[in-house]
Structures are given as C-alpha cells and as structure tokens.
Design a protein around this ligand. Sequence first.
Ligand code: GLU
Length: 441
Amino acid sequence: MTVTRFAPSPTGYIHVGNLRTALFNHLIARKTGGTFVLRIDDTDPERSKEEYVDAIKQDLEWLGITWDKVERQSARLDRYEQAAQQLRELGRFYEAWETPTELDLKRKKLLNMGKPPVYDRAALALSDDEKTALRAERGDGVWRFKLDHERIAWTDGILGDVSIDASSVSDPVLIRADGQFLYTLASVCDDIDMGITHVVRGNDHVTNTATQIQMIKALGGTPPEFAHHSLLTGPQGEALSKRLGTLALRDLREAGVEPEALISLMARLGSSQPVELRMTMEEIAEGFDLNTFGSAPTKFDEQDLYPLTAKKLHELPFDQVADQVAALGVPADKAELFWKITRENITTRKDLAGWWDLFRDGADPLVAEEDKEFIEQAMNLLPDGPYDAETWGTWTKAVKEATGRKGKGLFMPLRKAVTGQERGPDMSDVMQILQVIRAKG
Ligand code: GLU
C-alpha cells in the first residue's frame, strides 16, 4: 500500500512553495487509496512553535488536504538515539570537533584550489588521546555519517535517472554539538518505521536524498521511491524565496483566494496538463500524474489565482454563501437576488461588501455634463420605490418616449447615474435591490 507524508517543520506558516509538496504527496496517497501522514518535524525545540503546528493543520484543512495520521518527531527521540547507536556500531558514525570558523576556512582553501568544498574527514584520523583532549577542550562534538564513497543512483519520479558521486558530498552532520538530532537522521528513521513508500519533495533536497539512501540501507531499511519537484519562481523567473513570506497560505486566504482555485493551480502548474478549475480533490487526484511534471523551475504568478477564484464564485449556488450574505446585512427577501446579481461581478467574496454598500446607500451618480438635463428629466419620470422586476423596463420606455433617446445613449447614462459605474449587473435586477437612488435627489 502507498504511504506518503508531508513533513513540515513548525517554524513558520506554510506558503505556496511547501503547498506543492503537501499536495503532491496527498494526491499520490488519495489516487492510490493509500495513507497520507502529516509528520511534524519538530526536533528543533527553539524554533518549533505549537502555534505553527496548529496553523499548518488549519491551512491544510482549509484546502481539503486531509491526513490519516499525525506523527511528531519530538516524540521519537529515543528511536533516533537508538539509530545513532546502531550507526556507531556499524562504524558509520564519527564525532568531529571543528568549529564553524575552521570549517569555513577549510572550505575556502578547497575552493581556492578549484576543488569542491567537501569536508576532509580530518576527525576520522584522530587518535583516542586526541579525541579525549578535544572533548575536554571543546565539549561534545557533532556526529557525522560516514558516506560510502560510491555512486548513489535512483530513478526519480520527476527527474528520471539520477546519480550522485558520494565523494563529492560532505559527510552529513546528524547530531549537533548540543545533542539535537537533525532532521536528516530523524527523517530516515521515520520513513523506515512509518513504511513510507513515496517521498515527493523540492529539488533542493536532491543531495539529501543521496545521503539518506545510504543511511536507510545502513539501518536495514528499503529506500522509498523519490521524486523531486522543481522550485517555484516569480512570474519573471526571479527567485521567490524572499517573497515567500507574503505568499503564506493564510495571506492568500485573507486576500480572498478560494481553496479550489489554489489547489487547481498548484496541482497542474509546471506539468504538461492545462490548469482548469476543479471543485473536488477527487477530480484533481484523478488527473494527477507526476510524470507530466518537468524539472525546470516553475513560474508562479499569484494573479493567476484570481480568475480561477472568480470562476468558482460565478458558479457557486446561493446556499453556500447564504450566511455570508446575511452577515453583510442584506435583508433575507433580497439575499438570493443579491447573490444572483453580484456573483458574476466579483473577483473574490470580499467584493460583496462593496456591492452591498452600494445597494444600501446608493451610488454617487456619474453624470456627464451633456447628460445632466437628460438625467434630470429621467429622474422625474421614475416613481418612488420600492421597485420590482418591471421597473427598469417601464421606466426606460417612458424615458425613451419623452426624450427620443435609445440604445446605448439611453441606457448607459441611466446606469451610470443610478450605480455610479459603467458596467455591472443587469439593471432590472439592480433596480429591485437598490434601497436609495441618489440621483433622484
Ligand atoms: N522538514 C523537512 C523540510 O521541511 C522535510 C523534508 C522532507 O520532505 O524530507 O524541509
């Protein structure tokens, strides 16, 4: 059975970049009737915050990304200690005491010589006496995983055949000097123990994958299928990393983006399939196929979310917005009509408030100099409200007869005078809901 996971660190809100990871793993599980695990990578006690755990859950729920199980790394520290011990016994784990400054110097030297800045394994050559001395002087060191210097190869679900020479990679640090387990080791233990069969994540993890494949094998596990999706860029191909702070899912929700719009875009962006609005996760899962995604950076333009949002709203039945319309103060007998006439004239639900303000308080008339007299004449022909479905027809007919105007020259100035706008809903509908016509004085 397929088991996938989304493994956020609760150190911030999820943004569009992590959403792709969450969504792809979710869709693979849903498509195959498998299990989707939400794994909270909270081994860093200082940066992990409970409020972010809650926020991550809320954001995923908003999008309909449901999970079958929650796991937390902070509850599994004993297991990571046991794995560390196993690696020590296997001779694959060693302690090292270089300070960050020393490491930096080593890196620079190698780069100056035109060599890749790979850790030189100096700590492996230390004698027991030297280790004791370093421990006395500097305290506990970091623990590094000793890579086997061979080519590590896998068939990636998006990148195809990948192979990385392990000797071009530094032995990864798995335990910090303060004893904190790093995600790399924790993740490997979890993927093994939780029976994870597929891991999709950003291609910034490709090197991690190579080292993790060796770790999984060393610990007696079977590596899952890996796939690395491209990272998002801005519309011009610019790095998105700096802007991700404003592209948190909650910011988009706040801006009025509908969840179906976001899911529909993210499930297809960067693939060879067209982006189309889909109203259910089932429909999205059905057409989802990792093979259709390319490895090139994927351009993301948040503006693309708005036409999809508007499209969803245009088709949304009244019962799904009834509460919101009532909350605006629209009288119950006008609520359905209000939705009928506004839904095709809004981009997000936030625009509803503006329409209700207009209907309730009336609009500042928009009257061109040459139409002043005409509007005055027309307003005299308009009886006092309330108005019904016939009002617009009867009124414009009377105005036409009295002024001789017709077509656009008749209707447009009236619309502008009544609604203050050049475009908008059908005027027969508008007349029924307008509480005040300011142009009438
Ligand atoms: N917590 C890791 C991250 O957010 C998870 C990476 C992974 O999917 O393995 O980068």
